[in-house]
Write a new protein. Sequence first.
Length: 184
Amino acid sequence: MNLKDLLFQKKLPILTQWFEEVLSTYPADSQNFIKEKGNRFANPVGSTIGESLEGLYGELLRGWEEEKVYPFLDPIIRMRAVQQLSPSQAISFIPSLKKIVSLELAKEIQRNHLVGEFQEFAAEVDRLTLLSFDMYMSCREKVYKIKIQELKNSSEKVWQRIRMIYKQQDKKVGYMTNNIDSSK
C-alpha cells in the first residue's frame, strides 16, 4: 500500500479535520454558521471552504499543477484576503494539512515504510503554501489599490465641493462689492 492509497481511503476524516482547522481561524460565533456547508446561497462561506478544500485535496493527490489548483485555491484565498487576518493566519490552513495527515496516518506511514512518500507529499503541500501566499499578497494588493482609489475619489469630491462653496462665496462677495460701489 502506498501513501496515495491511504490518503484516498482516509479522505473524509482528513477533509473534516482540515475544514475544522480552517474554522478555528474564525470567531467562535461564526464557526457554527460556517460549519453548515449545505446550501451555497444560504452559506456561501461554508460551501466555498468545503468545495475548495476538497478540490485542493484531490489535486494534491493527482500531482497538482498551478492552473489546475487555481480554481480551488482562488476563492478561499480571495475570501480570506478581505478578512481581518494576517498573511500567516490567512494561509495557515494549507500547511496544517501536513500535521493532519501525519497524525491521521502515523501508524500506517510507519508500518508501510512510507516516510519518504510522506516527505514528498509534505514538500508538495509546502509548494502549495508558497503559491497561496503569492495569491494572497496579490489579492491584498488589489484590495489596497481599491481603497486608495476610493480615497482619491472621495477626496476629489470633497475638493470639488470646497471649490463650489468658494465660488458661491466669491459671487456673493462680488455682488455685494458691486452693489456698494454702485450706491456711491
